[in-house]
Design a protein around this ligand. Sequence first.
Ligand SMILES: [Zn+2]
Length: 124
Amino acid sequence: MAKRKYSSKINKIRSFALALIFAGFIVMYGGIFFRNSPVVMTIFMLFGLLFIIASTIVYFWIGMLSTRTVQVTCPNCGRHTKMLGRVDICMYCDEPLTLDPALEGQAFDENYNRKGQQKNNADS
Ligand SMILES: [Zn+2]
């Protein structure tokens, strides 16, 4: 499976939450193999539950983030997509989007969203 370099942030978080749910079920399922020892099985079940709780929190977080997204019309595919931060990717066609006119036309770089983390060689 070819992995995309970038995908929309919301999609990324959503697939992370989905992965957590799957991990939770796999861990819980793994507990069945230890049904001879109730302690180990309980630990597995609790861990599985923990994953599922974590994914619920992540889903909740997506909901919170969604209120801060900006709805834009993608210039490439013409569909309405949500973007988060100064730069993001169209959810449908992977077109890089920016809200900052200064960054328009520049190569897409997720680092634009991080403040103060860029390497600064100016003050040496
Ligand atoms: Zn698009």
